[in-house]
Design a protein around this ligand. Structure first.
Ligand code: ADP
Ligand code: MG
Length: 142
């Protein structure tokens, strides 16, 4: 295992429901540390670029409307095996299929409003981190 960085977004439903603190606490308990963060309301263009891989999917328009419906907390998380570890902590995309005590099981409202985003590979993590943060905004925790 090695120290990795992954991109996490606390999505509008979890911000609206005041679950930011509980989600960050969970990451800290699991040894994923914040290396960069920004609170933002995404523009349509920024959200579309972020989810570009899903552009042809039927849910794309609705997903962009949801992701721009309210503020999000964007974070770079750093730690051992961070990419896979975050996917485990988040749980399955569909909260109905998410394991007990995962963030999506605990805080999702629906398949779309599923509380958190996490990069799905190291390659995605690199693209997603550089999509939101300049190198000098990321502060190594190790
Ligand atoms: P993940 O976020 O687990 O990597 P995907 O990359 O497949 O999942 O999808 C991106 C996001 O799009 C999901 O987190 C969810 O918010 C939304 N989404 C995925 N599939 C659907 C669907 N069938 N209907 C509505 N929204 C969806
Ligand atoms: Mg994904």
């Amino acid at each position: 295992m090695s120290v990795e960085r992954t991109l996490c977004i606390i999505k509008p439903n979890a911000v609206e429901d005041c679950n930011i603190g509980k989600i960050i606490t969970r990451y800290e308990e699991e040894a994923l540390k914040i290396a960069a963060t920004r609170f933002a309301k995404l523009s349509k263009e920024k959200a579309e670029g972020f989810y570009i891989e899903h552009k042809s999917r039927p849910f794309f328009g609705s997903l962009i409307a949801f992701m721009t419906s309210g503020p999000v907390l964007i974070m770079v998380l750093e730690g051992e095996n961070a990419v896979e570890k975050n996917r485990e902590i988040m749980g399955a995309t569909n909260p109905a299929e998410a394991a007990e005590n995962t963030l999506r099981k605990l805080y999702a409202k629906s398949l779309e409003a599923n509380a958190v985003h996490g990069s799905d590979s190291l390659t995605s993590a690199e693209r997603e981190i550089s999509y939101f943060f300049e190198k000098n905004e990321i502060i190594s925790t190790h």
